[in-house]
Ligand binder design. Sequence first.
Ligand SMILES: [Zn+2]
Length: 165
Amino acid sequence: MGLDARVYCDCIQRGHIKTPHPFPELLFLDEDGCPNIRSDDLERQVLHDTWQWKDACTHQNCTAIHHRIGNISHISHIRRTIQELQLLTRFEYTIVLQKILFSGSHAGDRITIDLLTALEQEIQKLRTNTHLIHDSDTRKALAYFTEQVQELVRASWDTGNPIIF
Ligand SMILES: [Zn+2]
């Protein structure tokens, strides 16, 4: 249990494919940018999954970036820290708190491209304010968190795919 975030790569959109798909006529990209097939046939699903995992492109599982954000207690620690900074600095970290840290184990949701600019602003603001935290371990944890989110944002800009949890 914990929180993981990823951004799928855009190799298929760009035609950077290593091995042809076993059923190219069934292949499509879902709203996360994740390759999928229009078929419920189990055997085809398995072949597709194998292709996606290792044969589609140079990325494993067509994933441009994957970050383990942390386990449940780590997430709640980061959340409390940012809530304290919010009170101290009167700046609201809406996307960070409501879309990323609202739970230590959410999955199946996403941050869409239209929110990236605002998210980047929040991350910049967090970086500016990290020095206000007294505990050095917490400061390090927050610095690492902002670094991870910044990398996810960058990958999302680069690929045009959302950040997904
Ligand atoms: Zn790729």
